[in-house]
Design a protein around this ligand. Structure first.
Ligand code: GEK
Length: 253
């Protein structure tokens, strides 16, 4: 499985944090981020491409005919592309949602280049405000971590209610670990990964400062407990690399 869903032929190298910034600004998904996003996420998230590719495998298994798939926090549409490629069921619509207009604009041109019988509807909205209906697959790849903590339970309850019986939710996240010494170890392994990907110590530390309190990770137990509280009796990680993991949760039939 070596498909590469690079979403733009003219991907620019991420050097947004390469020069000293003084007061490091709070991270936002603006045009500057869009321009380097495929490079940024590939070099920052260990296992990213594997997770995206394997979402296609999950789509092949779980997508039901005449249903909706949701890609929540779709960015440039990498998950939608992977899912769409594997859908063989008729009358499926993928709803790809993001609240960054810069992301969605680029996403549209990326998705237009893919030949498929499966329709994709792009929605510029906060994922906390949309309706989820008739869903057989909902994918949240690295987006729940940007939702305020106090809104996460309601969002997952809404997803559970909108899923069809036997439907599947995928949540990929950066994780927090306990005790602190273990968290420290996994953060250091992540930083080693970023260094090996060509990021300097300055880039790594400025990005960390920029994203602090924007990306709020939780422990695996918090995720599993919340999923169970929402009704997902079956919920488990299916992939982990350092402090990044992907979970699958199935709505009972
Ligand atoms: C991928 N899934 O390539 N509502 C809608 N979108 C949001 C919200 C919100 N409240 N908050 C953040 N976003 C993609 C990668 S990136 C992950 C997802 C990362 C969007 C935000 O605009 C961004 O596009 C995306 O969530 C997170 O598989 O950059 O680490």
């Amino acid at each position: 499985m070596t498909m590469n869903h690079d979403t733009d032929a003219n991907v620019k190298r991420d050097d947004l944090f390469a020069s000293p910034l003084g007061n490091v600004p709070r991270f936002v998904f603006d045009q500057a981020v869009v321009d380097v996003f495929p490079d940024m996420i590939q070099r920052s998230v260990p296992g990213y491409q594997t997770i995206i590719n394997l979402c296609g495998e999950l789509a092949a298994r779980f997508v039901q005919p005449s249903s909706n798939c949701y890609d929540l926090g779709c960015s440039l549409g990498a998950s939608s592309l992977a899912i769409r490629q594997q859908i063989t069921q008729p009358e499926v619509t993928i709803v790809a949602v993001d609240n960054s207009s810069a992301m969605l604009e680029r996403c549209q041109s990326v998705l237009e280049k893919q030949n498929s019988a499966t329709a994709v509807q792009l929605l510029e909205a906060d994922i906390c405000d949309i309706q989820i209906t008739n869903a057989s697959l909902v994918v949240m790849n690295f987006s729940l971590q940007f939702i305020p903590l106090d809104k996460r339970q309601a969002l997952l309850e809404k997803i559970y209610a909108g899923l069809k019986p036997g439907g599947c939710l995928v949540i990929s996240e950066k994780l927090l670990f306990e005790p602190e010494a273990l968290n420290q170890l996994l953060c250091e392994l992540h930083h080693q990964f970023k260094s090996a990907q060509g990021y300097s110590d300055l880039e790594i530390s400025q990005k960390r400062d920029s994203i602090e309190n924007v990306l709020i990770p939780e422990t695996l137990d918090s995720h599993i407990n919340r999923l169970k509280a929402c009704g997902f009796e079956s919920a488990s990680p299916w992939f982990q690399c350092f402090n990044f993991a992907s979970l699958v949760a199935i709505k009972p039939v």
